[in-house]
Design a binder for this molecule. Structure first.
Ligand SMILES: C[S@@+](CC[C@H](N)C(=O)[O-])C[C@H]1O[C@@H](n2cnc3c(N)ncnc32)[C@H](O)[C@@H]1O
Length: 378
């Protein structure tokens, strides 16, 4: 046998092993969420109970109160995936579960927006479809603006999600359950429009999770085996072509089950919510002086963009290249006066300090300087 065919055989068998592993992870996770877990109380961590490190916007709070209790009972997320300014948007929720976030988003995008919930589990798709009409009537819509689709987030095109078709992608504690994260992130990038946003909460590890933990069914189901080391997540996003991830909130995750605690050893877990954008390739990169107009619903006095940027209405602020490009090229562009300048007059205009926080140190800082909008009484 020649050298080339030996290599080909090795590659094929390696691919087969990888495929088998990926499908067996999917089957385990399907079983875990489809039949093993009844309610969020059955989880082995406090992930579904972590409180966001900033207040819930008023309209999201009101929408959440209208979601059917049976849907909320089966909430398995680990953060709040409700970004601002959603009216009329087309939103996709990756791994939508029983649909709690989809129904909140359904209210916020309004009758002319669309929310697509994608999940690989029959039980979850059934559970969310069951309450579709209930929420349509509750929100006073003439027809549902939600679509629940069975499919894999690694294969969005098979689920009918087209290129450049979405304004926002959200996901709540799902990517940690998936064995091929690169593929999911690439698919999300393909499906987002230019200027679109990925806003998602996930579980992160304080260091790379050892391979020995990746064979454990419960650790996979809980997201602990597949959680990314948070620095690897930042690199993965940038490699795919997204903007630098901006951390919105972070909370420590406590593992209740002592047996699992022992298995994970010194690996610590936190939930983190990040916002990340698909910017035009040729966007101009320069610092800018930006002034928020106070026009985003629920944020009339101050727009808390992330843990390090809060924009007070009518107060100019100097921002770095990356932030300037985001404000200029996304749905927030009409909410700001933006002066792109090579050398802003930093002697007169205060500058926003973008600190590269991890979900872990943000969780440690909670309650101190994080929520700058509410600190000033807004
Ligand atoms: C931890 S639950 C979170 C559900 C929902 N986001 C919530 O907040 O309640 C994870 C969900 O993701 C789904 N899921 C996991 N891996 C998936 C994949 N590769 N493709 C599609 N759905 C997936 C599971 O079926 C499950 O419903």
């Amino acid at each position: 046998m020649n050298y080339a065919s030996t290599i080909l055989r090795t590659l094929l068998s390696h691919r087969k092993i990888q495929t088998l592993r990926m499908s067996s992870v999917h089957e385990n996770v399907k079983n875990y969420y489809g039949s093993r877990l009844e309610t969020s109380d059955d989880l082995q961590t406090n992930a579904a109970c972590v409180l966001p490190s900033r207040p819930l916007p008023h309209s999201a709070c009101e929408a959440l109160k209208q979601v059917h209790p049976d849907v909320c009972r089966r909430y398995f997320g680990c953060g709040l995936v409700i970004p601002e300014k959603l009216e009329g948007c087309r939103v996709l929720d990756l791994g939508s579960g029983s649909g709690r976030d989809c129904f909140v988003l359904s209210k916020l995008v309004g009758e002319h927006g669309v929310v697509i919930g994608l999940d690989m589990t029959d039980e979850m798709i059934y559970a969310s479809k069951k309450y579709e009409q209930y929420h349509q009537e509750k929100f006073g819509y003439t027809k549902p603006n939600t679509i629940f689709v069975k499919g894999y987030m690694e294969k969005l095109s098979e689920a009918g999600i087209q290129n450049n078709s979405l304004d926002v992608i959200v996901s709540n504690c799902v990517i940690c359950l998936c064995p091929d994260k690169k593929r999911v992130i690439r698919e999300a990038f393909r499906a987002l429009k230019e200027g679109g946003e990925m806003y998602y909460s996930d579980m992160y590890a304080s260091k790379a999770v050892p391979d020995s933990l990746k064979e454990d069914i419960v650790l996979w189901g809980e997201g602990m085996a597949g959680a990314l080391y948070w620095r690897d997540f930042i690199d993965l996003m940038k490699e795919t072509g997204f903007s630098t991830p901006h951390l919105v909130s972070g909370s420590h995750i406590v593992v209740h089950n002592q047996e699992l605690q022992k298995k994970t050893g010194d690996v610590k877990y936190a939930s983190g919510t990040f916002r990340i954008f698909k910017l035009p390739q040729k966007s101009i990169r320069s610092k800018a002086v930006v002034t928020y107009k106070g026009t985003i619903p629920d944020c009339e006095d101050c727009f808390q963009f992330d843990a390090s940027h809060s924009f007070k209405t009518n107060v100019p602020l100097e921002v770095e290249e990356d932030m300037a490009a985001i404000l200029q090229n996304t749905r927030f562009s009409s909410d700001f006066h933006i002066n792109m300048v090579d050398t802003p007059d930093s002697a007169q205009i205060p500058a926003a300090q973008f600190c590269h926080l991890s979900p872990f140190n943000l969780a440690d800082k909670r309650g101190s300087s994080v929520n700058q909008c509410s600190k000033t009484g807004h």
